[in-house]
Ligand binder design. Sequence first.
Ligand code: F6R
Length: 610
Amino acid sequence: MCGIVGYIGKRDAVPILMEGLQRLEYRGYDSAGAAVVSGGKLAIRKKLGKLRELRNSLEETPLPGGLGIGHTRWATHGQPSEINSHPHADCSGDLCLVHNGIIENYQELKKQLQAEGHDFKSQTDTEIVAHLVEKYYKGDLFAAVQRALLDCEGAYALGVVHKDEPGVLVAARCGSPLIIGVGEGEQFIASDVPAILKQTREVIYLNDGEVAKLTSEGVIVTDLKGNVADKEQVHIDWDAEAAEKAGYPHFMLKEINEQPRVIRDTLRGRIAKSGDNVVLDDMNISDEELKGIEKIIIISCGTAWHAGIVGKYMLEEHTRIPVEVDIASEFRYRNPILVPGKHLVMSVTQSGETADTLASIREAQRQGVKVVSIVNVVGSTIARESDGVIYTQAGPEIGVASTKAYTSQVTAFYLFTIYMGRLNGTISSEKAAKLLAELQTVPGMIEEILKDQDVILECAEAYKEAVSALFLGRSYNFPSALEGALKLKEISYIHAEGYGAGEMKHGPIALVDDKLPVICVAVKSAVYDKMVSNIQEIRARAGKVIAVATRGDEDIHRHADHVISIPQISEMFSPLLVAVPLQLFSYHMAIARGCDVDQPRNLAKSVTVE
Ligand code: F6R
């Protein structure tokens, strides 16, 4: 799960590579490297640690030249170290490459290549590709890469250069994301669009099994056998500023604050003029087919899985279609029961590249079941491979901890629920109009929550030394508790558990003592009284209660140590509001503890390997 970039053109490659790598650092950041071809020589520079180490080194001793590749690494095979970081060269040092993915048959290939006399320096799977290209190189890098990849199994996005071909950059893709940026007399490659937005808005998406030859004049794309592919150039509308921090100290805080806009954007154009129905343009599944659906299976990972659980609650309540929610890494290996025509699989993913989610939708499609995906990144693999897509319109999410992607995913579920309910007649026109009108009040309510963070700051100060925390919620806010706990774990490194509050007596109550902060979602809802009883049980054991409650609920103050108030809204929509103070709580806790909010240890933004 690394980030790769490449440049060929008349400008100096290194500043362009560094700018691109900075935008990709969210994909992994245990080491970084770059290589430049110039004057018949190939120069490689690698540094352990964050990108700034590489930047400092390149500033001290520059590598001039107009052809280069760069890489930011998140280790999969081999410890983070300078030797294991990319680019990796062949025996001669004449060619090198950057790679994102995993070559699954690398051990077998390595043995074979060693027997043929190749000398390996690193413990990576990547290095074997460099040696394979060397083996097949006969003066044509493009052809050698095509041939080498026929021997490789697994996932890759590659950028390859050779010292004797200063006018050629070769790229390839199978299972890991890679795009080509098309400029005027210059071309780019990158793992993701934000990396090249400053340079160009014209993009070619490579498909699995495609190899590209980039020269300053143009791009040729073929399959591994050399058959030329007809590729479409896509214009990207994203604002480059959208990928910047916009004055906030961290991307995470910026993204939390963007949520009112993101929800508005996700709703934009999707509410019928009549106000009582939903318009979903990219569904590509007929209404007739959708009417025949008897079960929905939602598949996703992490935060997106939590959004899926909120989706289950609303879909079952309003459409009466049974819904199963599965973690993608479990679904793909558990021989799921899928019935074509009667079952619909829905995947939820910000990146659209998560390996387990992708494998799951492929399995569903292999069994003949249609897939609708809630995706943020337009043109991502999952977006392209799904039968239907609901884009979330969150824009690039750079902070590793997902915030705006989550609320936009939940918003997309409201739209889908109303769409399905109108189709199968479980949601009347009046009810749909009422639900949609209320949904549109959410962004304004989030703006109110964002204005007053005093209690959240007070809680962060009071509990910043905590070693553990418990998050409790019920019904629609059970997934809110799971998500609150995940956020705290991720960015503040405090052990946290999320539970359905009714489960408390079945185990977690043993953890409660006067040091344990227990964050209870106790908004006005059908389960409010039950939540208050749970809170009393925690209080009786000296636990510290932080309640997220409905504004105007005076009674809750008698039961809680701290009360974070949010505006009154129907229970169904409350997860959108509840998410925001829980995100802010994690953010302020992490800041109070001096943690790196945007790049928490051991995590990467996009999990493109198993
Ligand atoms: C948590 C987080 C992860 C992702 C998960 C799925 O803050 O970001 O748990 O939600 O890795 O990623 P996507 O949505 O890209 O499939």
